[in-house]
Design a protein around this ligand. Sequence first.
Ligand code: HEC
Length: 231
Amino acid sequence: MRFPSSIALRAASVVCMAVAGLSALLWQSKMLPGLTFKPVLATAKPAAINPVNGAAYTPTYSEEGDLLPPLQYREWIYLTSGLDMSYTPRTAAQGDMSMFDNVFVNPEAYHGFLATGRWPDKTVFVLESRNAANKGSINKAGHFQSGGVMGLELHVKDEARFPGKWAFFDVASETKATLFPQTAACYSCHASHAAVDTTFVQFYPTLLPIAQKQSAFSPAYLKDSAEEQHK
Ligand code: HEC
């Protein structure tokens, strides 16, 4: 979950945490104290709309167009973790900074995908970023996830509401996720490289074979794959 300091970040680099490239600025802005995310929020308001008791979540918006975030996403279906994923080569300035991203999707959408290889209306994805630490407890090698949530972003399919059927949101607080404008880089990268319907199914190992079987790949992804083979 991000808070006021993320304004600079959003202006500076409009890419999701999965491909943020971990600039020093980004890192510092995320490391402010008190940014820990409380997983199950008994105090979440209004409880009837965003329940933590396993009832289905439906995207709900304020009059200003903000989305009420799905606070129960840690009870959803886990798809993958990426470690320091980036579309640009790592720079020296990044030092040994390291970050995981964890991807979750709501269970109703997941079951729809298993059956059809397609994402139903009202699919909601969560991309959660956490520090990748290497020093702690008995650990001698490798990385583990440590500390609170450093970023929370959403990808929401709401066919009637958004021009391209999908929209991206940044979770700003427990009750508010703000919309990324259609001009943000989120939309173009996901549209030009994601395997299924602007989602990065090529990185979700349990879903990739289903998409393959159901011939659900996007033309953009098929093109990327063909180019990859010719390298
Ligand atoms: C340069 C390409 C690129 C850009 C720009 C980008 N993303 Fe992503 N995004 C990815 C990749 C790659 C993944 C897969 C992550 C993984 O496998 O862990 C991903 C996954 C996600 C997911 C998980 C669901 C899905 O669609 O697969 C969300 C949510 C997300 N990104 C949000 C955003 C937001 C918000 C922005 C803009 C602020 C953004 N992304 C910009 C490449 C990008």
